[in-house]
Design a protein around this ligand. Structure first.
Ligand code: BV8
Ligand code: ZN
Length: 278
């Protein structure tokens, strides 16, 4: 359809048009996904990196998997912690942190709503962050009467995973760790789990409420490095566009995920984001 194609063409790589909108925005929401950490060497979910040994990572990120094989799921998360803690923030994370400081000086608001659990936005210096799906450096106790939430950057997280940090080989025949050697709660000594929202689990209601409020009040939304397939995060940017507010998508894909997005910047966000926010 030539008209739509014409529209789409006008939206792509219009850095100048974007900067005009950016300079006028007072309440900016940035939704980020795995693509913002790809250039830090952290595998994305749906690229080839979405595998660990011979498992699809999404099959291990479920309460059922943890219930039936906590040692395997903990070994997967111990590996993900090792990868995240050894990684460095990249230019996309840094550009967002710098821009947040600039907004603060100008009395404007910028909030990052991230689907990522790698903690790199915080390490890059961003402050206003909502972690939709939890964080790799946090654990929560599985004892319903306790639910103690702890934070640690121990790598490995427990003795039993010594030497198995960055193991991602298919058929290493190391024995599966015994349940009693898995990470325990400091308060009640019960088994702890990653403080991560798994598939089929509800997001924290306070996190959801704050995210919904930002979606309803922001006057500009950036959506960076996400395939927009996982709900409810996938709804946020389209909801902003439905309010008639501009949405700018940054992705290596050529076309906008939604025709309703005002801007699309194809390419690696480690390059396009610093240019757009510069
Ligand atoms: C919920 C933590 C209510 C885990 C994650 C059937 C049964 C049960 C549930 C469902 C169902 N059908 C649908 C659902 C809902 C489900 C869902 O949406 N499933 C999808 C797969 C269809 N959602 C849920 O379960 C959520 N809870 O809905 O609660 C409920 C309750 C019970 C039953 C039903 C509903 C909870 C979802 C949270 C799951 N946890 N993460 C962990 O990390 O281990 S999700 C995980 O994948 C990430 O956190 C992220 O959110 C998500 C998507 O990944 P992306 O970040 O988008 O990364 P991806 O690899 O996909 O894409 C990377 C993108 O970057 C690409 O577009 C690529 O082009 C781009 N890119 C790459 N490099 C670059 C780049 N761009 C720029 N520069 C680059 N350099
Ligand atoms: Zn406990």
């Amino acid at each position: 359809v030539p008209f739509l194609h014409e529209m789409a063409k006008r939206k792509i790589s219009d850095f100048e048009g974007f900067q005009k909108v950016l300079n006028g925005a007072k309440n900016i929401t940035v939704l980020t996904g795995a693509g913002v950490s790809a250039e830090s060497g952290i595998p994305t979910f749906r690229g080839e990196g979405g595998w660990w040994k011979n498992y699809r990572s999404a099959d291990l990120a479920t309460p059922q998997a943890f219930q039936s094989n906590p040692a395997l799921v903990w070994e997967f998360y111990n590996y993900r912690r090792h990868v995240a803690f050894s990684a460095q923030p990249n230019n996309a994370h840094r550009a967002l942190a710098e821009f947040e400081k600039k907004c603060k000086q100008e009395g404007r608001k910028l909030t990052i709503i991230t689907q990522n659990v790698d903690g790199l936005h915080k390490r890059a210096g961003s402050e206003n962050i909502i972690e939709l799906h939890g964080a790799l450096h946090k654990t929560i106790c599985t004892n319903r009467k306790c639910r103690f939430i702890d934070e640690n950057y121990d790598d490995p997280i427990c003795e039993a995973f010594n030497g198995r940090g960055d193991v991602n080989v298919q058929d290493d025949n190391s024995p599966v760790v015994m349940k009693e050697d898995l990470p325990k709660c400091k308060k009640c000594n019960s088994l702890v789990r990653p403080y991560i929202v798994w598939f089929g689990e509800n997001l924290d209601h306070e996190v959801l409420r704050k995210s919904r409020e930002l979606v309803e009040t922001c006057d500009l939304c950036l959506v960076v490095g996400t395939s927009s397939v996982v709900y409810p995060a996938a709804m946020f940017a389209p909801l902003v566009a439905q309010r008639g507010m501009p949405v700018a998508e940054f992705n290596i894909t050529d076309e906008p995920a939604e025709q309703s997005f005002a801007f699309h910047f194809p390419g690696k966000c480690g390059t396009t984001l610093p240019k757009a926010l510069g």
